[in-house]
Write a protein of this length. Structure first.
Length: 267
């Protein structure tokens, strides 16, 4: 059975070609090559959830794949900085293309927004993403049960992955340490781990946790020295992990080059 491991679907763009343009072309080709579907994919409008744990409201969007009504037991990809992934990263378009081209299985994606609903110029990102125990409890006790109740998910830790970029990548690392009882996959794109100074050592000191890991970095101006050190710790622990390094910095040029597939690897 496929398990919730992260799988990159990427490649290096030709030297001198802007990565975003190259990736857009790939997406277009895949989209045109995909099979026609009776029921298209859908991304919901903003949904608001009140958290008793956090004592405030949060908003999120949910992507469901083409043919959703005929599917069941779907894995779920939870994305930190959900509005960035949804809008700037065009993740719904990317997922459509990868699923249509049979490069990944159909999944549900939940785009959770750290911004305050109705006051999107304000964000709780830093408060949430630095190994906040209450934020992890919110996922376990409130968000995941809400998604499992409303959507055709496979309600099991092996079918859940959390992904994020920069501080969102740090958040994924925090979930790996403290939420592995309900989240098996963690995907860290250019993880900016410095605000939680102990996190690398915590992984080094821990027994190998029941995780599957994707990690990526640019090779310049992207916290790459810290990310490589973190990679080495995880490799020394023999975690099942996919690591990718690309010739860009801490920008969408880097993050466009690879994406995540929460169900592709065999256990």
């Amino acid at each position: 059975m496929p398990s919730a491991l992260i799988h990159s679907v990427s490649g290096r763009v030709a030297k001198g070609v802007v990565a975003g343009i190259a990736w857009s072309a790939v997406v277009l080709v895949l989209a045109l090559a995909g099979r026609a579907q009776a029921q298209p994919s859908m991304t919901s409008g903003a949904q608001v959830i009140h958290s008793d744990v956090l004592t405030y409201d949060l908003q999120y969007w949910v992507y469901t794949p083409a043919g959703y009504d005929t599917l069941s037991g779907l894995p779920v990809l939870y994305l930190s900085d959900g509005a960035w992934y949804k809008d700037t990263g065009k993740m719904p378009v990317v997922l459509d293309s990868l699923i249509s081209a049979e490069l990944m299985e159909p999944i549900i994606a939940v785009f959770l927004d750290p911004r305050i609903p109705g006051y999107e110029h304000l964000s709780r990102r830093n408060a949430q993403y630095f190994c906040n125990a209450d934020f992890i409890r919110f996922y376990k006790e409130e968000l995941i049960p809400t998604i499992d109740a409303a959507y055709r998910t496979r309600a099991d830790r092996s079918a859940r992955t959390i992904a994020g970029l920069s501080f969102g990548g740090l958040n994924a690392a925090c979930f790996g340490l403290y939420a592995h009882d309900f989240m098996e996959g963690i995907a860290m794109q250019s993880p900016a781990t410095h605000p939680v100074a102990y996190i690398h050592q915590a992984y080094a000191d821990s027994v190998r946790l029941p995780l599957r890991i994707f990690m990526s970095s640019g090779d310049r101006r992207d916290n790459e020295a810290r990310t490589r050190a973190f990679r080495d710790i995880l490799q020394d622990k023999e975690y099942p992990m996919k690591y990718i390094e690309v010739p860009f910095g801490h920008t969408w040029d880097s993050w466009f080059v690879h994406w995540v597939d929460s169900t592709a690897h065999e256990s």
